[in-house]
Design a protein around this ligand. Structure first.
Ligand code: HEM
Length: 235
């Protein structure tokens, strides 16, 4: 008896885009770029620590209170957190699904030099992504909740950071995570411009330089804070 093959249901619009490989890549690229911008602002804000406790604590307080005359009770902070969470979750889910698709689709394993070239960047991105995901959880527990910070007080952001980085192992965690972050941006930026259709041979050099400058500036800008505490510049 002849069997009838049923065609898979056709998806349309945004659902079709989300289910397609290019749609998922676009989500990873766009959310990655949003996070790079947010990280640049976070890194620049952290540098206020060099202006002393009053400036830094006032800045941390300001961040929690933006928009208060319009939106009562730190609503802006919660809106920002919600947006950031959606962006982060979309980035992680889409890139994990792409990785699973890629691993399933590969019929034979590459060998030798070919394998090395094809997978080294992908491996950096996957391992780096997992490390950064774990770091974000640790960072929030550490500096937003106060885990491992003796005498933690949310209003005294300067003191929390200074106490935090007086522990050697904390410096190791943060500096290692920042190096992973730099590598992740270094590899991800150029790839995002390709996915979003912005990459052209004439722009290749400018895109490479922009990605490298962003990667180094963001990683180094974050790393100077623990280094400043270790060397006594911030205490
Ligand atoms: C040396 C490096 C860093 C320092 C000193 C630092 C410091 C801080 C401080 C003081 C806060 C505010 C905590 C609070 O008042 O609740 C914070 C929040 C945060 N940081 Fe960082 N940070 C660093 C790196 C990073 C990196 C690399 C990421 C992401 C990959 C990150 C993501 C966040 C997030 C998501 C928040 C929560 C924002 C919120 O509560 O709305 N930070 N950080």
């Amino acid at each position: 008896m002849a069997s009838i093959e049923l065609a898979p249901p056709r998806l349309t619009g945004m659902r079709a885009l989300w289910h397609s490989t290019i749609g998922k890549k676009a989500v990873v690229a766009a959310t990655g770029l949003v996070m790079v911008l947010w990280l640049l602002v976070h890194m620049l804000g952290n540098l206020k620590i060099f202006f002393g406790p009053t400036e830094f604590d006032a800045y941390a307080h300001f961040l929690r209170r933006i928009g208060e005359p319009v939106l009562k009770n730190s609503w802006f902070l919660w809106i920002q957190r919600a947006v950031l969470l959606v962006v982060l979750v979309a980035h992680i889910v889409a890139s994990a699904q792409l990785s699973i698709r890629d691993l399933r689709a590969r019929p034979t394993k590459y060998t030798g030099k070919q394998r090395f070239e094809a997978t080294v960047t992908t491996r950096y991105m996957r391992t780096g992504g997992i490390v950064l995901g774990l770091f974000i959880v640790w960072h929030l527990l550490n500096l937003s909740v106060g885990v491992a910070v003796p005498h933690y007080a949310q209003a005294r952001a300067y003191e929390n950071v200074a106490q935090d980085f007086s522990l050697w192992w904390m410096n190791v965690i943060y500096i290692a995570a920042m190096l992973f972050l730099g590598l992740h941006i270094h590899h991800g930026f150029e790839s995002a411009t390709r996915t979003l259709g912005y990459h052209r041979p004439t722009r290749a050099r400018a895109i490479k330089i922009t990605g490298d400058v962003l990667a180094v500036a963001i990683a180094a800008g974050f790393i100077v804070v623990p280094v400043a505490v270790m060397t006594g510049v911030v205490s």
